[in-house]
Design a binder for this molecule. Structure first.
Ligand code: NDP
Length: 242
């Protein structure tokens, strides 16, 4: 049990990668708060994990809303006395060429994929700093390292998450807080299966990963298995350009 006694918040946890990460951390002994927008889906996902004997509870929060995010951090800190791990996983993808994207859609993608990471991290950092201990794992993307055509906003938002992680990791080092980012290639979730870029990515020779494989990478970074590792990018890709 790598995470016995730890408290973790996972955002976008009602399905896909967020659910797989929640399960993985809970299987290693963490008490997991699964955050997301849709109460019914979230309740169902948390109940599924509890049915497996794991510690998982739902918390309804839209990560783009400052009041929701601070309520989530406050709840976790009050209930468990600390927040050990934050996984910024919530994200959206809308595949539209730059020439065709409206600024409204551009802003929406940046807000969910980048600004929410900032909001969530700022809400949790005071609790981690106080305890002089913490671990933040952000979910980037292969598209952060090599922009995906037809997906400029998504690629740019994830590239910003990578640089944010590197700079923040250095800033919080003195507080014994680690911050790293996982950049997966295609993962077999709703986001990828419904992607307008799916065939394009597959045609370019994209290996598709199980959510659990990516969750293993998150566990590595969130646990003492990676003690001392900070400001780093963990790619989880095979023969992938993106
Ligand atoms: P899914 O679309 O399956 O899941 C995304 C999750 O994010 C959902 O739970 C969704 O909840 C939640 N979410 C979206 N917006 C918000 C919000 N404003 N507040 C709270 N929760 C929100 O995608 P994946 O599981 O595939 O994606 C997880 C992460 O992995 C994302 O950051 C994605 O960019 C990244 N990623 C995915 C890849 C892939 O191929 N699948 C590849 C590389 C990176 P709701 O039901 O409310 O929409």
């Amino acid at each position: 049990m790598l995470l016995e006694g730890k408290t973790a918040i996972v955002t976008g946890a009602n399905r896909g990668l967020g659910k797989a990460v929640s399960r993985k951390l809970a299987q290693e002994g963490a008490k997991v708060i699964m955050a997301g927008r849709k109460k019914d889906d979230l309740d169902k996902a948390a109940a599924e994990l509890r049915g497996e004997g794991l510690s998982a509870e739902p918390f309804v929060a839209d990560v783009t809303k400052e009041s929701d995010v601070s309520a989530l951090a406050g709840y976790a800190a009050e209930k468990y006395g600390k927040i050990d791990i934050l996984v910024n996983n919530a994200g959206i993808s809308k595949e539209i060429k730059l020439a065709e994207i409206s600024m409204e859609t551009w802003d929406e993608i940046i807000e969910v994929n980048l600004r929410s990471v900032v909001l969530m991290t700022k809400a949790v950092l005071p609790y981690m700093t106080e305890k002089k201990s913490g671990n933040i794992v952000n979910i980037g993307s292969g598209a952060a390292l090599r922009g995906l055509p037809g997906s400029c906003a998504y690629s740019a938002s994830k590239a910003a998450v990578v640089c944010l992680t590197q700079a923040l990791g250095d800033e919080v080092r003195e507080h014994n807080i680690r911050c790293n980012v996982v950049c997966p290639g295609p993962v077999d979730t709703e986001l990828f299966q419904k992607s307008e870029r799916r065939e394009f990515i597959l045609a370019a020779g994209g290996d598709v990963f199980e959510p659990e494989t990516v969750a293993n990478g998150v566990l590595y970074l969130a646990s003492d298995m990676s003690k001392g590792v900070s400001s780093q990018v963990l790619t989880i890709r095979g023969f992938n350009r993106w």
